[in-house]
Design a protein around this ligand. Structure first.
Ligand SMILES: Nc1ncnc2c1ncn2[C@@H]1O[C@H](COP(=O)(O)OP(=O)(O)O)[C@@H](O)[C@H]1O
Ligand SMILES: [Mg+2]
Length: 225
């Protein structure tokens, strides 16, 4: 099986000198293509920090973090950009642009794909919104949608560029049980169809059963893997 994320003895700290706080301690984990891995653990255990390092959004210096064949430890900006372009991100707060419609929010992500015409971008975005069950909400703005629908727009936005990896940080935290479960099930179905790897941080125990594997992070240490 193809390994898309390979982390070996990753250590990460915030601060310097006497204020140094060690947040990730000797993290070692391999994640395969198409695998859905949930990371759980108490608040403050280092989950978001870990996700941002994998996503090339935060620089780490100790250990090895190979994502899509790129070493991110001590990496340059170019390398991080190359990795970021192949990743879709979903956050707890949907981060949609208020003044844009669902269709525009999703198609915007494709603007860096120069090979596509605007028509193609809009068609592809509409297709993706249909896939998350929002085919009849293309022209709605975020405030005209429910929390669950907004999160489904975020899922469409994360997947529209056909990423190899999706990183999701507590995507169901602001949703009720039903919409949270629905959103994650849709994400799982679409990811399995395209062999996308998902790394999803949550302390929502209601969604653990969508995972192929659940990893527990406690105080910067992986309890099982
Ligand atoms: N930018 C930052 N600067 C300093 N400390 C931080 C920063 N971000 C997070 N931390 C600290 O690192 C630890 C882990 O945080 P985080 O990764 O956000 O945990 P989680 O997502 O599991 O709640 C916490 O103790 C937090 O206070
Ligand atoms: Mg967090």
């Amino acid at each position: 099986m193809l390994t898309v994320i390979e982390v070996d003895r990753l250590n990460f700290s915030f601060g310097r000198g006497v204020l140094t706080q060690s947040v990730l301690k000797n993290i070692t984990i391999s994640i395969h293509q198409g695998e859905i891995v949930l990371i759980t653990g108490p608040s403050g255990s280092g989950k978001t920090t870990f996700l941002t390092i994998i996503g090339g959004l935060r620089q780490a210096f100790y250990g090895s973090v190979i994502v899509l064949n790129q070493q991110l430890i001590n990496s340059n900006e170019q390398t991080k950009i190359k990795v970021r372009q192949q990743i879709g991100y979903i956050f707890q707060q949907h981060n949609l642009l208020k003044s844009l419609t669902a269709l525009q929010n999703v198609s915007m992500t494709l603007e860096m794909h120069n090979a596509m015409t605007e028509r193609q971008r809009l068609d592809r975005a509409a297709e993706m919104l249909e896939a998350v069950g929002l085919g009849n909400r293309l022209d709605y703005k975020p405030e005209q949608l429910s929390g669950g629908q907004r999160q489904r727009v975020s899922i469409a936005r994360a997947l529209v560029g056909k990423p190899k990896i999706v990183l999701a940080d507590e995507p169901t935290a602001s949703l009720d049980k039903q919409s949270g479960y629905e959103a994650v099930s849709i994400l799982k179905r679409l990811a399995k169809e395209s062999q996308t790897t998902i790394l999803l941080v949550t302390h929502d125990y209601r969604i653990l059963d969508v995972a192929d594997r659940v990893v527990e992070l406690e105080d910067g240490i992986i309890k099982n893997s």
